[in-house]
Design a protein around this ligand. Structure first.
Ligand code: GLY
Length: 415
């Protein structure tokens, strides 16, 4: 099988690596990919110009396209590939609104009676005033069309939340989503669905803040462990019954064809799991942890899903009992500044981990990589236990030659 992977991050590098282990895979093409993917022998890269050119390239050549970055959902790439008859893992633009429009997601959650924070959707200053007058627990303000953690304020007071709402209205326009702030631990729960059937694709705890102990600014993600150490078998069952089944059925009821991964961002509260938001894709670095644990024929499973014939329903596929830890090495100053010139060398010295590269190219005058993103590499290790995976991961990080970088030292430490 010839497979196209869409994206250029460490997530897509780990997808290429996991797919390359499937017996049915002949070649993988990464678009646009990155120079770090060169260590996977069967992967080559093509640049992305536009949807029409990508479709021309894929016709009669590519048997499955796997979307990493949601940019390819938003920009209509999935729709263009599907229209050309190419099976795709990734939802069409209309179903992808579950991530790209927070107002759409909030209305969907209400229609399906999903357990979620108390929510108000407002479109002007009068409605903002009325919502705050009626609900003095509003602390979370979200813009409609933003994702990846931007366009969100989690306020400490009602006044701060109200000021953020008025500022967002002026800067970004309506609608805005106003919510109560929930206490608990976050958990990312992933499914793979062909629109009819679904399989659990394990879970993660991700670490969004820049500093140890969940301090500092919010980032794209500084690490992830899989499975989530907080997910008990009882919670798993509750999530399936009260969230996963209504989500899959709700998409069907709304005539939205959703084929691909969906990561459901949950807050595990004292009152039970609550849906914070949906990602119409696998997360980064969550993918690196999840796929490194995966032990089945990924290409075969994804092809079945993209063709609308996922055969197993509900059960978690081929993950076994192993744990994985991914630690992101980011540029010094990330996420506020991406100005530093980082050094990442010695990847060949790593013993027990996989190193997945973010958006980078090879330097013209040395063997070094030049990075285009704030996050540079993800170091990912698997162990019999979370502690073992964590130990292997940090031991391998200590074998790297790193300069002008930052990373958290507490990924996988259970508090
Ligand atoms: N790690 C968060 C994301 O991929 O959106």
């Amino acid at each position: 099988m010839n497979i196209l992977v869409l994206g250029s991050g460490a997530r897509e590098h780990s997808m290429v690596h996991a797919l390359s282990r499937s017996p049915s895979v002949h070649q993988i093409v990464a678009c646009p990919g990155n120079a770090g993917m060169g260590n996977t022998g069967i992967c080559r890269r093509v640049p992305f110009k536009d949807n029409a050119e990508l479709v021309r390239f894929c016709k009669d050549k590519i048997e499955l396209a796997v979307v990493g970055s949601s940019k390819f959902v938003e920009d209509g790439t999935v729709d263009a590939l599907v229209l050309a008859g190419i099976p795709v893992i990734g939802p069409a633009e209309d179903a992808g609104r579950i991530e790209t429009s927070k107002a759409f997601a909030a209305k969907f959650m209400a229609r399906q009676h999903l357990p979620s924070p108390r929510t108000h959707i407002v479109v002007n200053a009068d409605e903002i005033a009325a919502a705050f007058a009626a609900d003095n627990e509003i602390r979370v303000v979200k813009c409609d069309g933003f994702s990846h953690g931007s366009g969100v304020v989690v306020a400490d007071s009602l006044e701060e939340a109200k000021a953020a709402a008025l500022k967002f209205l002026k800067q970004h326009g309506a609608p805005l989503i106003l919510q109560e702030r929930l206490e608990g631990v976050e958990c990312s729960y992933t499914i793979l669905t062909d629109g009819q059937q679904w399989v659990s694709f394990s879970s993660c705890r991700d670490y969004k803040r820049a500093g140890d102990g969940e301090t500092g600014p919010t980032t794209g993600g500084m690490g992830a462990v899989s499975p989530s150490p907080d997910l008990t078998p009882e919670l798993d069952r509750e999530i399936i019954e009260t969230i996963v089944k209504p989500v899959v059925n709700g998409m069907k009821a709304d005539n939205l064809l959703y084929r691909g991964f969906m990561s459901i961002q949950l807050m595990l509260t004292q009152q039970g799991p609550r849906v914070l938001e949906f990602n119409a894709r696998l997360g980064d670095p969550e993918t690196q942890s999840i796929l490194t644990r995966f032990r089945g024929d990924l290409a075969g499973l994804l092809k079945d899903c993209a063709m609308g014939c996922l055969s197993s329903v509900g059960s978690e596929v081929a993950f076994g009992r192993h744990a994985a830890v991914s630690v992101v090495i980011a540029r010094e100053g990330y996420p506020e500044s991406e100005a530093s010139d980082p050094v990442v060398r010695g990847v060949d010295k790593v013993v027990d981990s996989m190193v997945f590269f973010s958006n980078c190219r090879k330097s013209e005058d040395s063997e070094d990589f030049r990075f285009r993103s704030g996050r540079l590499i993800s170091v990912t290790a698997v162990g019999e236990t979370l502690d073992e995976a964590r130990e292997k991961c940090y031991k391998d990080i200590s074998r790297l030659e790193l300069a002008r970088v930052k990373y958290r030292s507490d990924i996988g430490l259970i508090s």
